[in-house]
Write a protein that binds this ligand. Structure first.
Ligand SMILES: [Zn+2]
Length: 493
């Protein structure tokens, strides 16, 4: 004999023989596979559901939501919070939608006030250490999301997008779990271009994001109780360039070589439109960024600009001029125009973005960065993108700064953010970004005071470093590391 308990969100079954509760169904999560998964993960599952846990008796390991007392012995239970988390989520360094309009969107710029915490640490030249570590996901080359997905607590996901493997961190068991595709779910793999997903904010339980895949643009839902995920097609042509958002419209490139189109819709997925642009490259696009009413995707061959409601326009780069996409991204001049660094065979220059008749300004060396978070070798560039660097410390001449994340703060005249400093490196910037091993690298916060957060021995491919914010920490992950490094932040929200 079994009793059925219905709570506002779930249906449970109580086994009369042993008094144990089994979850049969819960809002938004589809099929529940309770027996094979939930046992070891009950503390995590209880927090996701806002269920109750035993406090002073051992009659059952979990109770339905809202239970205040054990129905068997009457002892009080621990009732967990069932309200969806309202903390700001993290979907990658380029996914912050709360930046003001005059800051380009889609670049690694965050509106979270990371500096307030990090700048309380001892200033350089003191060399700090990470406060926390956690195991890297087993498939370590990935993008991260840390959000509530409609649940009461935030959970960390790591998507290894080249392999299509979705990994879930159980913070109570301290274990990564690979989520299995539910029956018939398409692959999550996306390798055509740089990766970006669009957060599903304020959505139903389990919904994570709109994701680009080789099978189409899909809505991704997770079921952390059954350790599975499912996909719901939004546009069923292979995605070729990651989706972006501009003024309540989203767009991506889709199709096949020789048959490319730009697909767009309102953010509620209404009013879908297709613009044929058959001859565009079918791979190799940057993540999109939004600025001045338009979305842009950059490519070695040129730039694609799209304004909602209009046909996209592709502008090839000027003859001989090649962008240096690995150097970072576009940056602004004081008059608000956007520029990208490149090389014309003779020297480096900044080229105006989004103009039919672009201006070009020559410079005498490489500059790394994006969105006015720009460095020439070890020195910041603070005025125009082509201004002379600001030299505070001559000894930084033989270092190379690789910016990872800018922290947007309206109250500051100088940009602040997270960088890697490559020590004793005086070679070409291009070479520092490849497989060569740099013997000594420091992780630094550049701000009101500069703080050396950590030191790394032997680092290659510095651009593979991924910053993320999760569990009141700033974390850094690199695919070569077994452990992620974390620095504590004050409560962010
Ligand atoms: Zn009891």
């Amino acid at each position: 004999m079994a009793y059925r308990w219905e709570t506002p969100a779930s249906i449970w079954q109580e086994d009369e023989r042993n008094g144990q509760f089994e979850l049969l169904a819960t809002e938004g999560l589809g099929r529940i596979d309770w027996q094979s998964h939930a046992g070891a993960r009950l503390p995590d599952v209880a927090r996701l559901l806002g269920a109750s846990l035993p406090a002073s008796c051992g009659c059952a390991p979990i109770y339905p939501e809202g239970f205040a007392h054990c129905p068997h012995c009457g002892q009080p239970l621990q009732r967990l919070n069932g309200q969806p988390s309202r903390r700001p989520g993290w979907w990658g360094p380029g996914a912050d939608q709360s930046l003001p309009r005059h800051v380009p969107h889609g670049l690694p710029v965050t509106s979270l006030a990371l500096g307030d915490s990090l700048e309380e640490r001892p200033a350089a030249p003191h060399v700090g250490r990470a406060d926390r570590s956690m195991p890297a996901p087993p498939n370590a080359w990935c993008v991260f999301a840390a959000a509530g997905y409609g649940f009461p607590e935030q959970r960390l996901l790591a998507l290894a997008h080249t392999r299509g493997v979705l990994q879930y961190w159980d913070p109570l068991a301290q274990l990564w779990h690979v989520l299995a595709p539910e029956d018939g779910a398409a692959s999550l793999a996306f390798t055509a271009s740089a990766y970006a997903w669009l957060p599903a904010e304020g959505s139903g339980r389990g919904e994570v994001a709109l994701v680009p895949t080789a099978g189409g643009l899909q809505r991704l839902w997770i079921n952390p109780v059954s350790e599975s995920y499912r996909l719901e097609p939004v546009h069923d042509a292979p995605v070729l360039a990651a989706p972006g958002i501009m003024r309540r419209h989203l767009a991506c490139l889709a199709g096949a070589p020789g048959n490319v189109h730009l697909w767009s819709a309102r953010t509620d997925l209404d009013e879908a439109q297709q613009f044929p642009c058959p001859d565009l490259p079918a791979s190799g696009w940057s993540r999109p960024f939004g600025y001045d009413g338009r979305l842009f995707w950059l490519h070695e061959a040129g730039q694609l600009a799209w304004r909602p409601g209009e046909a996209p326009r592709f502008l090839p780069w000027p003859p001989e001029w090649q962008p240096r996409l690995a150097f970072g991204g576009p940056t602004q001049s004081r008059d608000g125009r956007l520029w990208h660094i490149g090389h014309d065979g003779q020297g480096y220059s900044f080229l105006e973005i989004g103009s039919d008749q672009p201006e070009r300004v020559g410079i005498d060396g490489a500059r790394l960065g994006f969105a006015n978070f720009l460095f020439r070798r070890g020195h910041p560039v603070v005025d125009e993108p082509w201004s002379a660097e600001h030299i505070e410390d001559q000894s930084q001449d033989d270092t190379l700064v690789v910016p990872l994340l800018r922290s947007f703060n309206n109250n500051r005249s100088q940009p602040s953010g997270l960088v890697l400093r490559l020590h004793k490196y005086t070679g070409r910037a291009e070479d520092a970004l490849d497989d060569r091993v740099i013997p000594r690298v420091t992780v630094e916060w550049i701000g009101r005071r500069n703080v050396i957060l950590d030191e790394i021995a032997r680092l290659a491919r510095p651009l593979d470093c991924v910053p993320l914010v999760y569990d009141n920490c700033l974390w850094l992950q690199h695919p070569d590391w077994n452990q992620m490094r974390g620095w504590r932040l004050d409560e962010l929200a």
